[in-house]
Ligand binder design. Structure first.
Ligand SMILES: [Zn+2]
Length: 72
């Protein structure tokens, strides 16, 4: 069970769209797994997930025109 560092509430597993600056542009990563606190709306991303996001941004999976990529 994962708890919020701020208030100790149980975090809910959801998916979100993450904005990330990359090569001086902002990219949107769709459907990124995230844990959200139902009380204070704090968002927590696991380290491996952020590593994967960077891999995706470097890969050919990215739409360089729309500046977006779906997490997978
Ligand atoms: Zn909280």
């Amino acid at each position: 069970m994962d708890l919020c560092f701020e208030c100790g509430s149980e975090l809910s597993h959801q998916k979100t769209n993450l904005e990330k600056k990359w090569n001086n542009d902002y990219y949107t990563i769709l459907d990124v797994p995230v844990m959200i606190c139902p009380k204070c709306n704090e968002e927590y991303f696991d380290g491996p997930i952020l590593t994967r996001v960077e891999e995706l941004l470097r890969s050919d999976a990215v739409d360089r025109v729309k500046k977006r990529v779906r997490y997978h």
